[in-house]
Design a protein around this ligand. Structure first.
Ligand code: UD1
Ligand code: CA
Length: 471
């Protein structure tokens, strides 16, 4: 039977005090709602439906490139039961195990979803409720059981008597697995005659109970998976838990961290064995780091691929490919389209954009290299830059193999420098340099013997005179 996951994410989240819908706020590098969607994906969901409402367009945009995610709009937020009715209306009846998750509950693990589904299938239950026993159950729906321990109903906190509020401590996590067929047939029975005038999905449990359909409750093994985010303080707490979870898995797989509390790694990042992540390192997007690398301190990489044995210190990088044995930084900026080939070196205060730096080539100090193809074995002197922009168009610079560019050279693109050429320091290169040539562009050096000594003597004399006059 195909499995469906429905992620409820229509709520506003007023306590976030934000112009954006709550579930669009980021946990590490992904929006809150992305996490339960991904957990459902990893648990093998065949169909993933996100119920959007508040800020619907912004939430839809999160999944614009995910063909496996469908969004259904709940225009009016009339309760969790109503949200499910909107899905049925938009997409037709439910089939197979149908899991309900919340968009603001990002720590849910795929294994927990799988267990919930297996439990429901094995017992042929109409519904299994995932439950928890939090230290403070205020606000949660309470699980009511009969003398034999069978689940009778879920009663919302606001609909409980004071005695029930005090004694019923097992709570509804809001996460369920339903049998799709029976849910389709009976969802319409939910009414809104309760304290909040809402259609409660929780009412399904009591409805099934009266019909004699088997219902089950499964106590969660790790309550932290059920933490919801209602405020920015809770967002920070959940972020800390996710950071520890991800970093714990990385360390277990052979990654070293000087201080895991100061390393942030996104959901889809991979890091190889014996790589060391130093403090204040952030790795986002589809960054993939090989083995035996040293990354950080103070480094932020987004969509950067690095082969084995490279080191990056105090570097910011986006959409960059780095081969093996490369050294970067401290204080380098690698912009989209950068490719650093094996053994290349990019040093301090260097910016590279949309350029290939060939094997073993070096750009060690204070340079900007943009829109450039550079061969192997090149040395770029300190302070040299490519002038790639004429105010309207970008132009390319081509540098051959084994070129030596002296310090403070301007290469005004479009321009090319042939293999093995030598460019004298402080040249402004505006014409192509043939292979093996020397190019120098600077005035002859003027020399006047004794000039500096005489000038200094004159100035000292002037100073002494004016001091005497003032006295
Ligand atoms: C719900 C449960 C409660 C449970 C608690 C756990 C109901 C009636 N109650 O209460 O038993 O203990 O979760 O956190 O289900 N949503 C929609 N559309 C709506 C209403 C809600 O998409 O019309 C979404 C919200 O964005 C949120 C989730 O459903 O992600 C839960 O809604 P909320 O109103 O916060 O339910 P609770 O009062 O917390
Ligand atoms: Ca010059």
């Amino acid at each position: 039977m195909p499995m469906t996951a429905i992620i409820l994410a229509a709520g506003e989240g007023t306590r976030m005090k934000s112009r954006h819908p709550k579930v669009a706020h980021k946990l590490l590098d992904k929006p809150l709602v992305w996490w339960p969607v991904n957990a459902a994906r990893k648990a093998g969901a065949d169909r993933i439906v996100v119920v959007v409402g508040h800020g619907a367009d912004e939430v839809r945009a999160i999944f614009a490139n995910d063909s496996d995610v469908e969004c259904v709009e709940q225009a009016e937020r009339l309760g969790t039961g109503h949200a499910m009715m909107c899905v049925q209306k938009a997409l037709g009846d439910f089939h197979g195990p149908t899991v309900v998750l919340y968009g603001d509950t990002p720590l849910m693990r795929a294994e927990t979803i799988s267990n919930l589904v297996e439990h429901t299938k094995a017992g042929h239950f109409a519904c299994t409720v995932l439950t928890m026993s939090p230290a403070d159950p205020t606000g949660y729906g309470r699980i009511k059981r009969d003398a034999e321990g069978n689940v009778l109903a879920i009663v919302e906190h606001k609909d409980c008597t004071p005695e029930e509020q005090a004694t019923l401590t097992e709570c509804n996590s809001g996460i369920y697995c339903f049998c799709g067929r029976r849910l389709s047939e009976n969802l319409g029975k939910i009414g809104n005659n309760n304290a909040q005038g809402e259609y409660y999905l929780t009412d399904m449990v009591g409805i099934y109970r009266e019909m004699g359909e088997p219902v089950s409750a499964l106590l969660a093994t790790d309550d932290s998976e059920l933490l919801g985010v209602n405020s920015r303080v809770q967002l920070a707490q959940v972020t800390k838990i996710m950071q520890r979870r991800i970093n714990g898995e990385l360390m277990a797989s052979g990654v070293t961290m000087l201080d895991p509390d100061q390393v942030w790694v996104g959901a889809e990042v991979t890091v190889g064995r014996d790589t060391e992540l130093l403090p204040q390192t952030m790795l986002w997007g589809n960054t993939a780091i090989g083995e035996d690398c040293v990354i950080g301190p103070n480094t932020r990489l987004t969509n950067v691929t690095i082969a084995d044995g490279s080191s990056l210190e105090e570097t910011v990088g986006y959409d960059t490919v780095i081969d093996s044995g490369v050294t970067v930084g401290p204080r380098a900026y690698l912009r989209p389209g950068t490719h650093l080939c094996d053994g290349a070196h990019v040093g301090t205060h260097v910016e590279i954009k949309n350029s290939t730096i060939g094997e073993g080539s070096k750009v060690p100090h204070l340079s900007y290299i943009g829109d450039t193809t550079m061969g192997s074995g090149v040395n770029i002197g300190a302070g040299s830059i490519t002038c790639n922009y004429d105010g309207v168009f970008k132009h390319r610079t081509s540098i051959g193999d084994n070129v030596f560019v002296g310090s403070d050279t301007m290469m005004v693109a479009p321009v090319s420098i042939g293999d093995g050429a030598l460019v004298g320091a402080s040249s402004c290169i505006t014409r192509d340099v043939p292979a093996g040539a020397l190019a120098v562009e600077r005035n002859d050096q003027v020399m006047i013997e004794g000039y500096a000594t005489e000038r200094m003597a004159k100035l000292q004399e002037q100073k002494a005179r004016s001091e005497r006059e003032r006295a």
